[in-house]
Ligand binder design. Sequence first.
Ligand SMILES: C[S@@+](CC[C@H](N)C(=O)[O-])C[C@H]1O[C@@H](n2cnc3c(N)ncnc32)[C@H](O)[C@@H]1O
Length: 278
Amino acid sequence: MSLEEFRLLRDLVYEHAGLVYDESALMLFDRRLGERLEALGLPSYQAYYKYLRFDAHNQSEMEEALERLTTKETYFFRQEYQLRAFQAELLPRLEQANARSRRLLVWSAGCSTGEEAYTIAALILESARFDGWDVRVIGTDLSRHCVAHARRGVYQASSLRATSAKDKARYFFELEDGFHVADSVKKLCQFGQMNLFDSGRGNLVGRVDAIFCRNVLIYFDVRSRKRVIDNLYQRLCPGGYLMLGHSESLLNLSTAFELVHLRDDLVYRRPVGAGGLA
Ligand SMILES: C[S@@+](CC[C@H](N)C(=O)[O-])C[C@H]1O[C@@H](n2cnc3c(N)ncnc32)[C@H](O)[C@@H]1O
């Protein structure tokens, strides 16, 4: 792959999904996309670029390319201090705020293979605050493979590396093919494919009370981050919360979110007085 070819492909990926790669990623592109060239019988990356940009099948091929280029790393109970803060401090507030509607909707945006969404559902169940409520956790990801995996809900031991023995016993049952998520947790979760960079698609999720968008924005630049954050803002109910990954913040982004100091974490909130949905 020449530098020129890399730049063409990289800019196309940015346009489509907001993901940013510097020139040190040339080798990665070459390694991961090489087999697509072979599969399509194309002679060069220049030809692959043209295929991605102009061919009738470009949409599905772009998904194939992104499948290979994105980082999907995730596991159950990741960044547990934040999850516990959500459970101990935000769930009681949401219980109070939604006491009339008895409805709770949480979105795991960029959920990869679903571990984050299932963890959130397990914490909601464990809180025992929402029995008889309409509770849903929606997981979305750019990758169709990840969404299919999430829907299956079967995981290998590495996904449970931060799961305590107690939680393992409570929320999983082990079969030959791996650890299956318990039905009580699984039935609260729904999964779908969605590009967070695509503002129109956010509407599919509807209004939610809380969003976890963790370890996704690190792959974006300021411009694409701002676009995604604005989309997330529009999807939150006034008073709803946004949780980011531990190395992510809204610093340097002018957004309408307000910062909320919890005992062990900082989260963001759409101000209560901030109008309805756009
Ligand atoms: C590192 S994983 C994070 C998974 C999980 N949130 C966690 O913290 O464990 C990042 C995920 O973001 C997804 N992603 C990257 N760009 C995206 C986009 N534009 N729209 C939706 N998902 C995206 C990737 O497919 C990947 O599954």
